[in-house]
Design a protein around this ligand. Structure first.
Ligand code: SAM
Length: 484
């Protein structure tokens, strides 16, 4: 439906990303991926269709280097080969974009263009927009260090709304050495149907927006699973700030609209007539859920068996930095929290573990904050120099493995998110292999360290009283060994 010109949103239309904080990368010749396709006049698919090696790795062919020359079909971003779409005004979510032709599953629809900015600048802008009362969010993440902001400049992709049950998805492609984001059809989309993708993992921050998608699986808020959302809404314990999800200031986009009735999509999955209350209920139940973040297996060594007579043993054993509650916020929201797949031990008296078993407002058990053991102090409890050196050596190996994994996580986070977001098999094998290798190294280093500590405690007599409490076995003059 045509809208009066003055109602049209103000922005600058672009078809290519605008790089603000750096120049567009120039692709080096040695980095150009050349496929093995051969054009066959009888089979148009032969010219970089689905079997093209570059297509498999989400890389566009480079003109002049592709063996199929002008027939190459794998330059869709470069040639702006978009599907036909139309801008329209929704009833409760501002403007939206619909299919203006039948679109096939998997088809590239449009590129999400905007200003390419650093992650830091994205955070700054997001806060500024919120302060200025800009309610529609247009910043999406490009990779771990950059974002695309389509607020001032963008393509029509900036009008695609969110749905928790979307018919589109975003995919990242490597185009002439730069990562670019495209909107692709997840299913066949008939002409006239609104396009929508899931903003999870893309949402950057700003006001929390109540989702009006109406899907049965609606998660309540836009980007409820995104890093930004979780950083802002996580509930903290101890002395850190506490955020109650119920108290998050809400922006309900329906308030801006003349009617609160949802747009009745032709597609039944979007038909939310009469679903308002269901949607509200969904919101109430989902808004209380604080999800734990997927994370990298980390330290958090806790060994009940290590009991000492020293009254302050607990505080001595924990290294200072891990007692900082302020760091817990970051630890919990980034990759440095413990993973359920990693075994955690509890150091210190049992009462401490009890004290940590707090619950969130929704009744879910909070995970006990992990305190890291200072291995130097543990080593001091060991009676021989060799044992001490071995433990410290394993600790160093573990620290290296941990920091390697952390670095790798930052590097591949976008790929992981991409994978989780749309259940695409989009994490490149090389990336997955790197990740698995580093995780195995880390697990092995953890095991070696723990094993070494346990081994020395079990196989050697404990230090005399005053340094460590003798075990029952010591009292009886026995020494326990792992073998025989
Ligand atoms: C990328 S813009 C989409 C275009 C926007 N509707 C417009 O008029 O410019 C994202 C904004 O649209 C609104 N929006 C998108 N999907 C929504 C949904 N499912 N429920 C409520 N608001 C939505 C929110 O205000 C969100 O910040």
């Amino acid at each position: 439906m045509a809208q009066p010109a003055e109602e049209r949103p103000q922005y600058i239309h672009i078809q290519q990303n605008d790089f603000l904080h750096r120049k567009h990368r120039k692709q080096k010749e040695e980095d150009i991926a050349i496929c093995e396709c051969k054009y066959d006049g009888d089979d148009p698919e032969s010219a970089c269709g689905e079997s093209c090696l570059n297509v498999h790795t989400s890389t566009e062919c480079t003109p002049d280097f592709c063996p199929c020359g002008d027939y190459c079909m794998n330059q869709k971003f470069q040639k702006c080969e978009y599907a036909k779409t139309k801008l329209f005004k929704t009833e409760n979510r501002g403007w939206g974009l619909l299919a203006d032709e039948d679109i096939k599953a998997g088809q590239f629809i449009i590129e999400y263009c905007g200003e390419v900015i650093s992650w830091k600048e994205a955070k700054k802008r997001s806060q500024a927009y919120e302060t200025q009362g800009v309610r529609d969010a247009f910043i999406i993440s490009l990779d771990a260090s950059e974002s695309i902001d389509a607020t001032r400049k963008g393509s029509h992709a900036r009008f695609i709304n969110h749905s928790c049950q979307p018919n589109c998805e975003t995919r990242k492609w490597n185009v002439l050495g730069e990562v670019r984001v495209g909107i692709f059809a997840k299913q066949d989309i008939p002409i006239g149907i609104e396009l929508a993708y899931n903003y999870n993992f893309e949402w950057y921050g700003g006001a929390k927006v109540r989702c009006q998608c109406g899907a049965a699986s609606c998660s309540g808020f836009l980007g409820a699973k995104s890093r930004g959302f979780q950083e802002d809404t996580y509930l903290w314990e101890d002395d850190d700030d506490r955020y109650s999800v119920e108290k998050i200031p809400l922006y309900d986009s329906a308030e801006d609209e003349p009617s609160s009735k949802l747009y009745n999509f032709a597609n039944s999955e979007y038909n939310v007539d009469g679903a308002n209350s269901a949607s509200e209920h969904q919101f109430l139940s989902t808004s209380l859920v604080v999800q734990s973040l997927d994370s990298v297996p980390m330290e958090g060594m806790d060994i009940d068996e290590f009991k000492t007579d020293e009254a302050n043993a607990e505080s001595k054993l924990y290294s200072q930095d891990t007692q900082q509650t302020t760091s817990q916020k970051h630890a919990a929201t980034s990759h440095s929290t413990s993973n359920s797949t990693t075994r955690k031990y509890q150091v210190g008296p049992k009462s401490m573990a009890k004290k940590k078993s707090k619950r969130y407002a929704n009744g879910k058990l909070k995970k006990a904050a992990q305190k890291e053991v200072d291995m130097k102090l543990v080593a001091l409890l060991l009676p021989t120099k060799e044992a001490q050196e071995e433990v410290l050596k394993f600790e160093e190996v573990k620290n290296c493995a941990t920091s390697h994994l952390k670095t790798l996580y930052d590097e591949i986070r976008p790929a992981i998110e991409e994978h989780e977001r749309d259940h695409q098999e989009s994490v490149a094998t090389t990336v997955a292999e790197k990740w698995i290798e580093a995780s195995c190294m880390k697990s092995r280093a953890d095991f070696d360290l723990h094993f070494s500590v346990v081994k020395h405690f079990v196989t050697t007599p404990q230090k005399a009283n005053g340094e460590a409490k003798p075990t029952e076995a010591d009292d009886q003059g026995e020494t326990k060994y792992l073998t025989n």
